[in-house]
Design a protein around this ligand. Structure first.
Ligand SMILES: [Zn+2]
Length: 346
């Protein structure tokens, strides 16, 4: 298989069925778990590790996921130890089942400190947004009362998709080298989609377990949350993609959290940066035509948002573009007598 030209292209024709495995490289198995969303699956990898397998990402903390792991325990994992459970970032589809897995297979959790703490925080406070402080905040961004109610109350069910993490874990730190089986993996960190998202890079084998930092068919969600309303995740994301290009060879096999393994990493990083630059341009054009609130701008960037979950993603992502432009003084906030923040092209 030649990976020598820079174009983004999938390296497999089709994905494994849920619970089945495809060997993507010697000793590295790829499987899938279902998600009950429009994005209907998450990729999970098993890495040969001495007398067993290390697991990289876990699926959500649901019975469906657990049943699939039990099936695999009697199949691909039969007679094998689970040596450790890695979680790339704090999103429930990647770490949700980690606590259950560690317990089931008597294996330690290996993850980043930010991931561990974030996940623990949301496990304990699934309804964190359901407070007057946040309702006032969303109204100030131009949301209707109904939109505000939906965004601060729906999503509490997400708490059920996150399992409790083990009480202790092995912290992994960007820059360290991990030996898994016969391979050496450098630990890299990405920003923007999730804070300190961990990636594993086997330079000698030209393999990159990338989590959700770089995906092909979709742009990883980059969103401001109401808990960090002045954050600039988009700036961090774009810097992080530029940084990744300097650290990882262009011709690696990328093993992502969703969709098919692919090659063309550098090209895909460039495409994602260009995509966000285009989106910023759309925001600037809209705000040059008339002053706009964040909620107005959701309609500019996301014309077909229907349900609350999509609106939630769209709002956070629009916020990320506005904050990016505010930080770089391409946008400015204008005084508004109705108590709604509005923005104008500077
Ligand atoms: Zn994610």
């Amino acid at each position: 298989m030649s990976l020598d030209h820079g174009q983004v292209r999938p390296l497999f024709d089709k994905a494994p069925a849920h619970g089945e495995c495809i060997e993507v490289a010697p000793g590295i198995l790829w499987t899938r778990f279902p998600l009950p969303f429009r994005l209907n699956h998450v990729n999970v990898y098993l890495i040969e590790d001495g007398d067993g397998y290390a697991i990289f990402d876990t699926g959500m903390g649901t019975e469906v996921t657990q049943r699939q792991w039990e099936t695999m325990a009697g199949d691909v994992l039969a007679g094998q130890r689970v040596t450790r459970v890695f979680a790339s970032h704090f999103h429930m589809d990647h770490i949700g089942c980690a606590g259950w897995l560690c317990n089931r297979f008597n294996a330690p959790l290996w993850t980043g400190k930010v991931t561990y703490l974030y996940n623990s925080f949301f496990f304990d406070r699934p309804a964190v947004l359901d407070q007057d402080e946040f309702r006032a905040y969303f109204r100030k961004q131009g949301m209707t009362a109904d939109q505000t109610h939906a965004i601060t109350t729906e999503g509490h069910d997400f708490g059920k998709l996150i399992g409790r993490l083990p009480n202790s874990y092995r912290r992994i730190v960007p820059g360290e080298t991990l030996v898994i089986g016969e391979r050496r993996f450098e630990v890299l960190a990405g920003e923007g989609h999730a804070p300190e998202q961990l990636m594993l890079y086997a330079r000698d084998d030209k393999l990159l377990l990338v989590g959700d930092q770089v995906l092909t068919r979709i742009s990883p969600n980059v969103a401001v949350s109401a808990m960090g309303p002045d954050d600039d995740p988009l700036g961090l994301f774009m810097d992080s993609l530029r940084d990744l290009k300097t650290r990882v060879d262009h011709d690696v096999m990328v093993l992502p959290g969703h969709h098919l393994p692919f090659t063309g990493l550098h090209q895909r990083c460039d495409e994602l940066i260009a995509h966000h630059e285009d989106r910023c341009h759309e925001v600037l054009e809209a705000c040059a035509r008339s002053d706009a609130s964040l909620t107005d701008l959701v309609d500019v960037l996301f014309a077909h948002v229907t349900d609350t979950q999509q609106f939630n993603f769209a709002f956070g992502e629009t916020h990320a573009h506005v904050n990016y432009l505010l930080r770089r003084t391409a946008l400015r906030e204008v005084p508004d007598s109705y108590g709604v923040r509005r923005f104008r092209t500077a």
